[in-house]
Write a protein that binds this ligand. Structure first.
Ligand code: SAM
Length: 354
């Protein structure tokens, strides 16, 4: 890095912005690819998509440079996601570059786990702090029906490998779909307890890509608590102040689990997350119709101060509360139809990073 870049980063560090609702710029999700090796019917139900052109994907150097600017403006939490991030070749090299950034306090990865067993040790050695693995079912035949792929055993191996590699604070994310896996909540809690991982149940969201979404398929936070309460007895909320998406709860025996209730109980008021797509568009909200093209700025030779100024002023103008506005919609249905998604792949959840 040039000395003037270093100075510019130090200057912008003094000017961490808040948005119009007083929310800090703290958490950045970086999608490293729009491709995925599963076809979960709540996320990527089609076989083929309009993929981002490869030459438009940010290089690792470009990602690290942008992340430097973001962290100089207050970002402390960086999560690598996708698509399926483990499909990006040499991901551990990017992890190593980001792990060298001292402003990142939490460097995490969200993965479906299919390829994790073969990369767990390398990623841990490269400096990855934490991993969240998505697992919607413990039943292989159900996994096949839900994802279109016969890779359930690989996911379980991936989770075991995460433990062996030494990742602490493992999290398992489960999207709960009515009539599909809502009968497995307690089994998943037991599984999580057995491997010392915190399970988080996610309400089915009507994000772009969820072209089969309907409100009646959403198994709500209230229903999740009721189902688990019937099985385990009184459930207590964990008292904590946090901007994390999951609300945490405790079973009578002390087991902690989380619920991400973005559909019925949005948490926009504390949302400090923004998202960078694999091709360098920056989205201020998962539901935002458009993003800011940072790749273009970067490739046009923008300096660190210019990038910082653009990011800072954009964040100061942010007033997004996408999930709350969706929840207030009277007749709620699919957010974006398949024809519109084909015209703009950036509307897909798998492009902007879950
Ligand atoms: N491929 C990685 C994975 O599976 O974890 C990372 C990307 S994926 C989009 C991130 C998370 O978003 C996964 O836990 C996935 O289950 C969740 N997700 C995808 N579509 C969703 C939807 N419609 N509602 C709620 N969660 C969803």
């Amino acid at each position: 890095m040039l000395p003037e870049d270093q100075t510019a980063l130090e200057v912008s560090a003094a000017a961490a912005p808040n948005d119009r609702l007083g929310r800090p710029l703290r958490s950045l999700r970086v999608s490293v690819t729009d491709r995925c090796n599963l076809r979960c019917n709540y996320c990527m139900p089609q076989e083929e998509y309009v993929w981002l052109p490869r030459q438009e994907l940010l290089t690792f150097e470009e990602i690290a440079r942008l992340v430097e600017v973001f962290t100089s403006l207050g970002v402390t939490d960086v999560r690598l996601t996708g698509g399926e991030p483990l499909l990006r070749r040499d991901l551990s090299r990017l992890v190593e570059m980001l792990a060298a950034n001292p402003r990142i306090r939490d460097l995490a990865l969200t993965t479906n786990g299919v390829l994790f067993a073969e990369q767990a040790e390398e990623l841990h050695a490269a400096g990855l702090h934490r991993v969240t693995l998505s697992l919607d079912t413990l039943r292989p035949e159900r996994f096949l029906a839900l994802t279109g792929r016969d890779s359930h055993a690989q996911v379980l191996e991936g989770i075991a490998a995460a433990r062996r590699a030494g990742f602490a604070k493992l999290k398992i994310d489960t999207v709960v779909l009515r009539g599909v896996n809502d009968d497995e909540l307690a089994d998943l809690i037991e599984y999580g307890r057995g491997i010392n991982a915190e399970v988080r149940f996610i309400e089915y969201m009507d994000v772009g890509g969820a072209t089969e979404w309907s409100l009646d398929k959403v198994f709500t936070r209230t229903e999740i608590l009721e189902r688990l309460g019937n099985r385990y007895g009184a459930i207590a909320p964990v008292a904590e102040i946090s901007s994390a998406p999951a609300q945490r709860f405790m079973l009578p025996d002390g087991t902690i689990f989380g619920i991400i209730a973005s559909t019925t109980t949005p948490f926009c008021r504390t949302c400090d997350r923004s998202r960078l797509t694999a091709d360098g568009l920056w989205y201020l909200c998962l539901y935002a119709p458009a993003g800011i093209d940072l790749r273009q700025l970067l490739r046009a030779g923008a300096s660190v101060s210019e990038l910082a100024a653009r990011i800072s002023s954009t964040w100061q103008g942010r007033s997004d509360r996408g999930a709350e506005l969706r929840a207030a919609t009277g007749h709620r249905g699919v957010l974006v139809g398949i024809d519109q998604l084909r015209q703009d792949p950036h509307l897909e959840m798998h492009t902007r990073g879950g």
